[in-house]
Design a protein around this ligand. Structure first.
Ligand code: SF4
Ligand code: ZN
Length: 313
């Protein structure tokens, strides 16, 4: 609480101070402001059609549950729209069960259909099993590729027209800087608040929370009484992204608004790039039939490498 400060809207005692804007809010006006930001992002990037069936990726964490709660409120104004929540069970012992339960509970409270999809069913093995025998990549790299596929398959199965994910401003700023570090121009062009995919056989992906700070999304979830998972995944390891997160957080404290500046800069760079020269032609994977830019899709490439011998230690 900031007792000496007042909410800029209703003049009640302030509860939150947004430093980069110099604004202060009471709890109710803060929540209303976050919801309005989501609505503005949706309008600005034309993320939703009146009759979209949105598959919302719900992990059970704060970002996805806050997004689902807000989209459900927005959906009420669109009688022809529909929302289905999708939770991917990677098969991580001691971790996924809690978040699955939390996702289920929120969906029940919000009256949203909940669809579950598991690595075991789709790929014949859990992430725990995959990382024991496949060690060329980090667990998160396997998880990321397989989860993207699982989401696409599940969203198609429920008849969705788009996939919404809970990526926030911090995620976006980190990813954009990581792409620059890796010199990954194609990814810089492909990333953004809306990722078109229809022409390549993928469902479009949208990120309505991409202009909201992670701490504000967490605060929204907390003040809305949303129960979310706080236990970190056991595979979460120190990686370049973590250093990027810490660096951006330090810069944000010293220079409020830095994360927005990164987002806006990349948007300008992206709009001035020659997209045609980075266009990827998609066909179908010779093994699984899913869209692929080469003979084999990324999922088949990473899973079909000969497994390493299991150690007897
Ligand atoms: Fe998957 Fe890595 Fe996230 Fe764990 S931390 S859920 S392994 S991406
Ligand atoms: Zn394939």
């Amino acid at each position: 609480m900031w007792p000496s400060l007042r909410c800029i809207n209703c003049h009640a005692p302030a509860f939150y101070r947004r430093i980069y804007e110099g604004t202060t809010f009471c709890k109710a006006c803060f929540r209303e402001d976050i919801e309005e930001k989501i609505r503005r992002t949706i309008t600005k990037y034309d993320l939703l059609r009146f009759d979209d069936h949105l598959a919302v990726a719900v992990s059970g964490g704060k970002d996805s549950l806050a997004l689902l709660t807000m989209l459900k409120k927005i959906e009420r104004r669109f009688p022809h729209a529909k929302i289905t929540a999708i939770t991917v069970d990677e098969g991580i012992d001691g971790y996924r069960a809690e978040s699955m339960w939390l996702a289920q509970k929120t969906c029940r409270d919000l009256n949203v259909d909940h669809h579950k999809v598991g690595f075991q069913d789709l790929f014949g093995q859990t992430l725990d099993e995959i990382v024991k025998t496949h060690r060329e990549l980090t667990p998160c790299s396997y998880c990321g590729v397989l989860r993207r596929r699982a989401l696409q398959v599940a969203a198609r199965d429920v008849g969705a027209s788009k996939i919404a994910t809970g990526h926030n401003l911090d995620d976006e700023a980190q990813t954009l800087l990581l792409n620059i570090f890796h010199g990954d121009v194609a990814r810089i062009i492909r990333s953004g608040t809306i990722l078109e995919g229809r022409n390549c056989g993928f469902l479009p992906r949208i990120k309505p929370a991409s202009e909201i700070l992670e701490q504000e999304l967490a605060l929204y979830a907390y003040t809305s009484g949303i129960e979310f998972q706080t236990t970190p995944c056991p595979y979460l390891a120190p990686a370049l992204r973590n250093d990027m997160r810490q660096m951006l957080n330090k810069l944000e404290v010293k220079h409020p608004g830095t994360k927005f500046t990164v987002l806006r800069s990349i948007e300008r760079i992206r709009s001035s790039m020659d997209k045609a020269s980075f266009k990827t032609n998609y066909d179908h994977c010779s093994k699984c039939g899913e869209p692929s830019s080469g003979d084999f899709c990324e999922v088949c490439r990473i899973l079909n490498k000969p497994p390493l011998p299991v150690s007897n230690e």
